[in-house]
Ligand binder design. Structure first.
Ligand code: AMP
Ligand code: MG
Length: 470
């Protein structure tokens, strides 16, 4: 038996201008590194041997029913518009309906050149493939909307990124790969028919209750507001929030230089290419709004009377900061044990964050410790923390079960950057044990299962930067 998936492809039925049919470029010696069997099951994928899986999820063999293609999109990269991006190293095999009846893309990433590769080699190396595998699955376990990882296959070929590195292919599963940039490309080219077609497709696939282009805008803004608040609540820094990396579905997508913060600082940046800190931790809410403004501009092009839509679109985008604040408050209130937040709670939470910042407290551990018996141990200025704690204790005095609320909102374990780096180094050396250890602990992030993985890095262990690694 080889690998079979119940493909039901809708994107391939869209007009030619949306994509280019392309097949994966076979790799020399595919070896399966990781396979997400529970996810495969929900997708109705059945499979035989490890070798079969390696062949299919490297792109060396196409499963029956696949209709492989590279999608076209554009995007603002660090604020500058790039008129043509597209899947330069990814190929959509097709879609399946999962156990809940939801349509899911199955995409190979690192599967060779496409017509959109520009100067690139269409490949990925093991580091970013395993980073995305671990972090996207961790996000899922944290309850945050995200693309998933189905498989990682080592290619048996070298990829050159200043130096020779082991190549790999990731199989990613997503609600779709529609991005803000998918709308931008048609809007900027003035291809209004394609823009209408895309809008209808996105509504049908993601927000069937949405009324027209502005209804779609409203729905995407709501989903993205929730998403960014969720990222903030776990100290996640996406790192490259370009409009081509911003999904219409509201899922986290494109885990390039992403990382979770250790010590709290609002200006924290990991990505080595983000020199201005455009995508710093605390800038993320503003950037999402900026991205939604680009989506609004693109969607407006198709209205018969764009002028009349401008006012409504402006109102929708302008309402977003308040939406994000509400979602943020709900998330952070839960982190301090408050179930029904009041506006004043913002000041209480900000006061705690500000203590964490001056003390360099570990974001994850300081919040997690609030429900334990030594929260003060996370802070150096004990007197300042004791003051804050008095105000906080008063606030939660009437809460029925603040400990349970906090323990469900404050993860014990996150994929810390130094652990990801160590896991990648081990995998390059042929040792997948650290990968499996991380995956096991991160599958239950709200439980204390592996004490050493909860520990913040020592000064020597800190890995302060990430590299796009494309
Ligand atoms: P990213 O920064 O990963 O979101 O990628 C931005 C754009 O560059 C996308 O259009 C990618 O498909 C393309 N790209 C990134 N790496 C490569 C590569 N190695 N080969 C071809 N295209 C690439
Ligand atoms: Mg991208």
């Amino acid at each position: 038996m080889t690998v079979s998936a119940p493909f039901d492809n809708s994107y391939a039925a869209l007009p030619d201008g949306f994509f280019t049919r392309t097949t994966p470029t076979p790799v020399a010696d595919p070896k399966l590194l990781a396979f997400n069997a529970p996810l495969a099951k929900t997708l109705g994928i059945t499979h035989g041997s490890t070798e079969d899986l390696a062949f299919i999820f490297s792109g060396n063999e196409l499963p029956a029913g696949a209709d492989p293609l590279a999608q076209l999109y554009a995007g603002h990269q660090f604020g500058n518009y790039n008129p043509q991006l597209g899947d330069g190293r990814a190929i959509l095999l097709g879609e399946v309906l999962d156990a809940k009846g939801q349509r899911r893309d199955i995409q190979l990433k690192g599967s060779g050149r496409t017509p959109y590769s520009r100067g690139g080699d269409g490949r990925a190396w093991l580091g970013p493939v395993l980073r995305e595998y671990v972090v996207s699955e961790a996000m899922h376990a944290l309850g945050i909307p995200t693309t998933r990882a189905l498989a990682a296959v080592q290619s048996g070929e070298d990829v050159f990124r200043e130096t020779a590195l082991p190549g790999a292919v990731l199989t990613r599963v997503a609600a779709s790969h529609l991005r803000v940039g998918t709308f931008q490309v048609f809007a900027h080219r003035g291809e209004v028919e394609n823009l209408r077609r895309l809008t209808d497709y996105a509504i049908q696939r993601h927000y069937p209750q949405a009324d027209g282009p502005l209804g779609l805008l409203r729905a995407v803004c709501a989903a993205q507001a929730d998403l960014v608040a969720a990222w903030m609540s776990v100290g996640f820094i996406h790192g490259v929030m370009n409009t081509d990396n911003c999904a219409i579905s509201g899922e986290t997508i494109d885990y390039g230089p992403c990382a979770f913060m250790d010590a709290f600082h609002p200006n924290r940046v990991f990505s080595s290419i983000d020199r201005q800190g455009r995508y710093a931790y605390a800038n993320q809410p503003q950037i999402v709004v900026w991205n939604m403004a680009q989506l609004a501009t693109s969607l407006l092009q198709q209205l018969d009377d764009p002028e009349s839509g401008v006012a409504e679109a402006t109102e929708i985008v302008h309402a977003m900061p308040a939406l994000i604040e509400q979602a943020w408050l709900r998330r952070f209130a839960a982190k301090i044990g408050v179930t029904t937040p009041k506006a004043e709670d913002t000041a209480l939470i900000d006061a705690l964050l500000s203590l964490m910042q001056t003390d360099g407290a570990d974001f994850t551990n300081a919040f997690r410790a609030l429900s334990g018996d030594d929260a003060a141990g996370q802070f150096t200025d004990r007197a300042a923390f004791a003051n804050w704690r008095d105000a906080w204790q008063q606030r939660i005095a009437a809460e029925p079960d603040p400990k349970s609320v906090m323990d469900a909102a404050n993860p014990a374990v996150i994929p810390r950057n130094h652990r990801i780096e160590a896991m990648i180094n081990a995998a390059v050396a042929g040792d997948m044990d650290p990968f499996h250890r991380l995956m096991t602990a991160l599958a239950r992030p709200y439980r204390e299962t592996d004490a050493d993985l909860h520990r913040a890095p020592t000064t020597q262990e800190i890995v302060p930067a990430t590299f796009c690694g494309t």
